[in-house]
Design a protein around this ligand. Structure first.
Ligand SMILES: [Zn+2]
Length: 72
């Protein structure tokens, strides 16, 4: 098997910039856009785990409003 030896938890695909863990399908996530990284080229505007995004919610009230509707 060519992929033997890949550490557990290593998954190709998007990762949460805050905790560096993979974003797994079915997990609650939030797509964050920051004014200082509109294109996402700095790796800041990205999809985060909902819990990882929580510290940023104070600055992005519209996203908070959307998220609350998802979590019911
Ligand atoms: Zn995370």
């Amino acid at each position: 098997m060519p992929f033997d030896g890949i550490p557990e938890g290593f998954l190709p695909g998007p990762r949460c910039p805050r905790c560096a863990q993979a974003l797994r399908e079915g997990e609650p996530t939030v797509l964050m856009h920051f004014a200082n990284d509109r294109e996402g080229s700095a790796g800041v505007s990205h999809r985060y785990h909902a819990e990882c995004a929580r510290p940023y919610w104070d600055t992005i009230t519209p996203v908070l409003a959307r998220l609350s509707s998802f979590r019911r």
